[in-house]
Design a protein. Structure first.
Lengths: 158, 385
């Protein structure tokens, strides 16, 4: 095939493109209630499917397994445990971070699912799978109805 | 369903291809695949296209843009899209187009061009998480791999050094692949000492982003037998999706890969995959994923893949070679094209045409698998001679 193998963009005439869209999306029926609860009442809610005996966090209006409509909501404890974690040393563009970022998946007793979030007030080498953590919320005045109304999860000191 | 064979294959060198557009890569490779079995575009009844996110090319519905390079002019044409699982699914999709009886010859084209996406193709994945509960944290693709790898190590007591052996093996296997991007002799210490991206994932645990294309030609039994004396039959195909929420599936074990594999194995009449399959190409975008996926493919028990690797059973000369191609880690990870590359590797291996990579002992059956979407799709194909 008569194709030169050029690896440097600087040797070619490039077209500069982007996909310029933005939008405003709806949180949806379940999402709006979930975030209003965090903002107003500082609590995480889940939605329960009685037929599958699962409590979904984040909550949904349907069960993905049996397709039932979920109408039973309940409060999730603000204490959970680290299910898994990573210590990230790079940002989204691959640049090194000044301070490593600890991000974890936090699970709660009796809940199917949980919350992906940062860990705070802890050093990277102190984190372990199974570590008990609790939610640290922003003050009510600063909450906007976002997952970032939770500042982070921090270890429970005993 | 009709019997279907793979009768031709082609692929480009995986590398940064700054000059050609994606459709030029698709054309170059489609021609190569057709030439390999002495067919022309006139012999092709339909085309399937596998290519991953539109954002890589900054063009929405990029399969339409790619269509003329893929040979789709005035032909039935469709794109399958399962994120990282796309490549192997492209082969599955080509298979059912022909197995259904609707078409005799199907061209399965895959193309990926990641180097144009700035500042890093990872940016294309920033907006693929749950937009309310995951993306606002600045969620990175790496985190998901790191969470899963950590959970996998924790569940079975597997070490980072054992996992590093996969990178060592695959990059070494790739030395014999003429299309490889990152072949080489490295050591476990090299992997361990490479920079930490998101612990426990280190630089050399990760496959390189790449530009490339890979194409296969599928034909119905009577046509295949006219085209070639060495048809490679599709014995089974399967695919399966798990929940999109990371916390609502078992991170330590890919159940959805098992379900996809069982679908393919049932079709192929395989009862004991660990004994009835000669070579495997599990998807290895990260070193631990080869082990994780191989367990999902039922090539060993849960948590046993690391030991098989340590014992050398998965080497090219081992009992059941895994990624004799060099895999995504060695050949490069041009997402959709890498999945098709894995199926092409089975094609070449089973025909005895893999050159310096040839697995000894005349392998008769192989399985290829890809994985992706929101880290929860498995796509599987079994080929045999």
């Amino acid at each position: 095939m008569p194709v030169d193998k050029i690896t440097q963009v600087s040797q070619t005439k490039p077209w500069h493109g982007q996909i310029p869209v933005y939008g405003q999306y709806t949180y949806g029926i379940a999402g709006e209630r979930f975030f209003r609860e965090i903002k107003a009442n500082g609590r995480i809610m889940g939605a329960k499917c009685s037929s599958c005996n699962l409590t979904y966090v984040p909550p949904r209006i349907y069960c993905e397994r049996c397709f039932s409509e979920l109408t039973e909501w309940l409060q999730i404890p603000d204490r959970g445990a680290v299910h898994t974690f990573t210590v990230s040393h790079v940002d989204l563009d691959g640049n090194r971070l000044d301070e490593p970022l600890i991000v974890a998946f936090v699970e709660f007793d009796g809940v199917h699912g949980g919350i992906v979030h940062r860990l705070g007030e802890v050093e990277p080498d102190q984190v372990y799978i199974g570590m008990p953590v609790e939610m640290r919320l922003k003050s009510k005045a600063k909450r906007t109805g976002s997952i970032l109304d939770i500042s982070y999860f921090k270890p429970i000191r005993v | 369903m009709r019997k279907v064979a793979v009768v031709g294959a082609g692929m480009t060198k995986f590398m940064r291809r700054a000059h050609e557009t994606g459709k030029e890569l698709a054309w170059e490779t489609s021609r190569m695949a057709l030439d390999s079995c002495d067919l022309t575009l006139k012999d092709v009844d339909c085309v399937v296209m596998g290519t991953a996110p539109d954002a890589f090319d900054m063009i929405h519905m990029k399969h339409e843009y790619l269509s003329d390079g893929a040979g789709a002019w005035r032909k039935p044409y469709v794109r399958g899209f399962l994120g990282g699982g796309t490549g192997v699914f492209t082969a599955c999709q080509a298979w059912y187009h022909v197995a259904s009886g609707l078409f005799d010859v199907c061209l399965a084209v895959s193309e990926e061009k990641m180097s144009s996406c700035l500042p890093h193709p990872q940016g294309a994945f920033v907006t693929c998480w749950d937009q309310f509960t995951e993306s606002p944290l600045g969620t990175s693709l790496l985190w998901f791999f790191a969470w899963e790898m950590n959970r996998y190590m924790h569940a079975h007591g597997i070490t980072e050094r054992e996992i590093a052996l996969v990178s060592v093996k695959n990059k070494k296997n790739a030395i014999e692949h003429p299309c490889a991007q990152l072949p080489g002799e490295i050591t476990v210490d090299d992997v361990m000492n490479s920079e930490i991206m998101a612990w426990p994932v280190k630089r050399l645990d990760v496959s390189p982003t790449s530009d490339g294309a890979a194409v296969l030609v599928f034909a119905a039994e009577d046509v295949a037998k006219r085209i070639t004396d060495k048809p490679v039959w599709v014995e089974g195909a399967g695919w399966c999706l798990d929940t999109m929420y990371i916390g609502q599936r078992d991170l330590y074990y890919p159940k959805y890969v098992e379900y996809a594999a069982r679908m393919a194995y049932d079709m192929a009449g395989i009862k004991e995959p660990r004994h009835e399959i000669d070579i495997a190409e599990p998807y290895d975008p990260f070193s631990y994923k080869e082990l994780h996926n191989a367990e999902g493919l039922l090539l060993c028990g849960k948590g046993e893949a690391a030991k098989l690797t340590v014992d050398g059973e998965t080497q090219r000369t081992g009992r059941q070679p895994w990624c004799p191609s060099g895999g995504a880690l060695g050949v490069g990870n041009a997402i959709a094209a890498t999945g098709v590359m894995k199926v092409a590797e089975l094609f070449w291996q089973l025909r005895g045409e893999a050159g310096g990579r040839q697995v000894p002992g005349k392998p008769r059956r192989g399985v290829a698998q890809a994985w992706g979407d929101e880290m929860q799709v498995g796509t599987v194909i079994v080929l045999g001679v």
